[in-house]
Design a protein around this ligand. Structure first.
Ligand code: FAD
Ligand code: PHB
Length: 402
């Protein structure tokens, strides 16, 4: 049986970043991933990074291409009732946001792990975790056709919402909170010029639309759609037509159309599992929580969990300190719940929820108030750019706030 210090289940951004940070502390990891590397690196997901996320990626040694290729935005636009309002993030909250695709982060992390000669096993099936209530957890799996077993000090559950780690915890040890929204997002990628320099979020009577981007020549656009819709229901022409109808005229006339290079539908969900530590099993990222993408918080939360987790493990190996491990769940959850609140609020304000006339008037009033009130815009900006990380007392990092 092979021994290592930390077995990481999942090679998404959480798992690879944790492996990268622990490696820099001299802590040995083995990463087990169910999918093939090509599949993991092609998944189109997040695109908007908080400054704290960018700082941590740079500190982890994977920020070089990010800094060269990213776009930095000082604000974003919100369209409602035919008018466009700009939220001045830099002016109101003193911070900017960064556009850089999760696919690129995934590649940068994958390359860095490969260069470091790390033990990363793709296409590992039947992963099962055992004995995490004691001091010697074990992980069994099948890799390259052979059953294998690892013994470790800790298991990091970085295996996303559908992973095996949270599912292995006894039902009475975990409490979950959930809200499923009655619609999805149809998203496309196309190699065309963005409609605007910054992101545009639109609340329209036909439903929500978002114009995001990956670069000055590649857009990521979304429209709210019924949950029952299938990608095949949406030809490119239908998508471009629907997007144009939902945007105010000044943006609609600037849409540059082109063939989609990716098209997918994602359901929207809020979900939190508490706690995030079960003995020697620690969950991080989407394995423990999901936010609807409206607030662009999912990847950013995964990164802040990993920051806290690497600190706790670092302190354990340096000085056998148990306290940071005990505090891990609470530190993460304080930040997670605030991001859950913000993502729920953004989703509530920007989508159309059919059949509730009172809620529709509340939404209309909330948006009118937001556009008239600098205080309300400041609150939105403060949350959108990302709330600060809590630093442990002995953290070597000197940032006042991430
Ligand atoms: P994942 O990326 O889900 O990685 C988990 C990994 O574990 C996967 O590779 C999976 O294959 C593997 N795995 C699962 N089960 C097993 C198993 N049994 N054994 C081994 N491996 C396993 N977030 C933002 O911050 N900003 C945004 O702009 C944003 N936009 C988004 C847009 C969309 C359309 C979507 C769907 C999400 C968006 N997100 C955004 C959320 C963000 O993509 C996720 O929060 C992020 O991917 C979480 O990373 P993770 O590593 O925790 O989980
Ligand atoms: C994205 O670019 O995919 C994106 C950006 C902002 C959001 C959600 C998704 O709020």
């Amino acid at each position: 049986m092979t021994r290592t210090q930390v077995v990481i289940v999942g090679a998404g951004p959480s798992g690879l970043l944790l492996s990268q940070l622990l490696d820099r502390e001299g802590i040995a990891t083995i990463v087990l991933e169910r999918q093939a590397q090509r599949y993991v690196e092609a998944r189109i997901r997040a695109g908007l990074l908080e400054q704290g996320t960018v700082d941590l990626l740079i500190e982890a040694g994977v920020g070089e291409r990010l800094q060269r290729e990213c776009l930095v935005h000082d604000g974003f636009e919100m369209a409602f009732e035919g008018r466009v309002h700009r939220i001045d993030l830099k002016g109101l909250a003193g911070k900017q946001v960064t556009i850089y695709g999760q696919t690129e982060i995934q590649k940068d992390l994958g390359d860095a792990r490969l260069a470091a000669g790390s033990d990363l096993r793709y296409e590992a099936s039947n992963v099962a975790i055992h004995d995490f209530g004691g001091a010697r957890p074990r992980v069994t799996f099948i890799h390259q056709g052979r059953p294998q077993e690892l013994e470790c000090d800790f298991v990091a559950g970085c295996d996303g919402y559908h992973g095996v780690c949270r599912a292995s915890v006894p039902a009475d040890a975990v409490r979950t909170y959930e809200r499923v929204y009655p619609f999805g997002w149809l998203g496309i990628i196309a190699n065309v010029r963005p409609v605007a320099h910054e992101l545009v979020y639109a609340n329209h009577e036909r439903g929500f639309a978002l114009c995001s981007m990956r670069s000055s020549g590649r857009v990521r656009y979304y429209v709210q759609c019924p949950l029952e819709d299938k990608v095949e229901d949406w030809s490119d022409d239908r998508f471009w037509d629907e997007l144009a109808r939902r945007l105010p005229a000044e943006h609609a006339t600037r849409i540059q159309t082109g063939p989609s290079v990716e098209k997918s539908i994602a359901p929207l969900r809020s979900f939190v599992a508490e706690p995030m530590r079960f003995g020697r099993l620690l969950l991080a990222g989407d394995a423990a929580h999901i936010v609807p993408p409206t607030g662009a918080k999912g990847l950013n939360l995964a990164v802040s969990d990993v920051f806290y987790l690497h600190e706790a493990l670092r302190d354990f190996y340096r000085e056998r300190a148990e306290r940071p491990l005990e505090e891990y769940s609470g530190r993460c959850l304080r930040r997670i719940w605030k991001a859950e609140r913000f993502s729920w609020w953004m989703t509530q304000q920007l989508h159309r929820f059919p059949g509730d006339a009172f809620a529709a008037r509340m939404q209309e009033t909330e948006l009118q108030y937001l556009f008239e009130s600098v205080a309300a815009q400041t609150s939105l900006a403060e949350n959108y750019v990302g709330l600060p990380l809590e630093y442990s007392h002995d953290s070597r990092r000197t940032h006042a706030a991430a």
